[in-house]
Design a protein around this ligand. Structure first.
Ligand code: WQD
Length: 339
């Protein structure tokens, strides 16, 4: 059985669907700090089976010990973490406590239970401002905010744990680029609380008439049209990459680190246009000042994941926008209007 921490979140819920479709039994643990309980029944409507679920926090050592004692857990996919850059600057202890201390507590419980296989949710943020593009896994690492540092610290913890017991641990560090989109059913998707930090959910809310206009953070970058360029990856492709990593670890002990991206650079304005085409709705925007901490451009060299995992992203910008709009204009609207 696969234990999925944070399995009710945006990535987590899509991973549950991918695991079910791959015939992989799984158990979700989540504290609903950034998700809704209703996602479980919506995942059940997609897969035909209610996910096995325990409400709880990865820092609760007694709960973790109980989970490993009661369930035949063979591997853990660790997604539970806070991920808002701005919030991490305001609340560093909350981020180091939840993200770093939580991962250490989980690894200790895994080791005590003899479970030594983990797929870990990392982020392209660990590359900082890359000196060249596309980005390969051997590029220099850096961080400029507590969220990014927490990802770097967790990557280091995992590398040291794997090195301390060679041949025993099986660890995959997956560096996500920019996850976007939603499952084609429209039943699950990105469901941020409050004002979205990220581009696509904000664009979707403008298209849905929930927000007046998009603020484009700068159009004076050295890019195709002056706006920021990123590697957007469909969340279903990302979820399938996790399943491929789990299968790889079953055959390969040690430490694996791969980019999960498409290798395709897309600018803010290109994404806006893609969303207008997919939704048939205008997305008004205004150019404003650059956002502090943003890099001009960031996209992956996805060759290593393809070579080692036999995985590559298959869905393009049109599918990302079409699926995100179906979610935004359907279930997300219903949830926002629900009492
Ligand atoms: C994308 C582009 C913005 C919002 C962050 C984290 C990363 C990961 C994904 C967690 C940039 C521009 C955005 C808006 C805009 N998070 N933008 N107006 O910053 O690449 O990555 O989220 O795992 O770790 O660093 O994503 O979606 O915030 O921004 O113009 O209202 O859209 O400047 O060029 P980012 P993003």
């Amino acid at each position: 059985m696969i234990l999925v921490t944070g399995g009710c979140g945006y990535i987590g819920s899509h991973l549950c669907v991918a695991l079910a479709q791959a015939g992989e039994p799984y158990l979700v643990v989540d504290n609903f700090s950034n998700s809704r309980p209703s996602v479980l029944e919506r995942v059940a409507r997609i897969t035909g089976q209610a996910p096995a679920f325990v409400e709880g926090d990865v820092r609760d050592v007694a709960l973790l010990q109980q989970l490993f004692a009661r369930h035949a857990i063979s591997a853990v996919v660790h997604l539970a973490a806070f991920k808002a850059v701005g919030e991490s600057v305001r609340e560093p202890l909350m981020y180091y406590g939840n993200n770093v201390a939580g991962t250490v507590a989980l690894l200790q419980a895994m080791r005590d239970a003899g479970v030594r296989s983990m797929v870990f949710s990392s982020s392209a943020t660990v590359y900082g401002d890359p000196a060249s593009l596309p980005i390969r896994e051997d590029f220099p690492l850096s961080a400029t905010n507590p969220y990014g540092w927490s990802k770097l610290m967790m990557e280091q913890v995992l590398a040291d744990v794997a090195a301390a017991e060679p041949g025993l641990w099986r660890i995959a560090r997956l560096r996500y680029f920019n996850p976007v989109g939603a499952h084609e059913s429209g039943l699950i998707g990105e469901d941020p609380r409050g004002i979205p930090n990220n581009l696509l959910p904000y664009v979707a809310q403008v298209a849905a008439g929930q927000r007046e206009a998009l603020s484009v953070y700068g159009n004076d970058y050295p890019t195709v049209d002056g706006t920021g360029v990123r590697d957007y990856i469909h969340v279903c492709d990302l979820a399938e990459g996790h399943v491929a990593a789990l299968r790889y670890l079953r055959q390969h002990p040690g430490l694996l680190t791969v980019n999960l991206g498409t290798g395709q650079p897309v600018s803010v304005l290109e994404m806006v246009r893609g969303f207008e085409q997919a939704s048939g709705r205008p997305v008004p925007y205004r150019i404003v000042a650059r956002r502090p901490g943003d890099v001009a451009a960031c996209w992956a060299d996805p060759a290593l994941a393809e070579r080692l995992l036999g995985w590559r992203a298959r869905r393009g910008v049109e599918a990302m926008c079409r699926d995100a709009w179906r979610w935004q204009d359907g279930e997300a609207r219903r949830l926002a209007n629900a009492p």
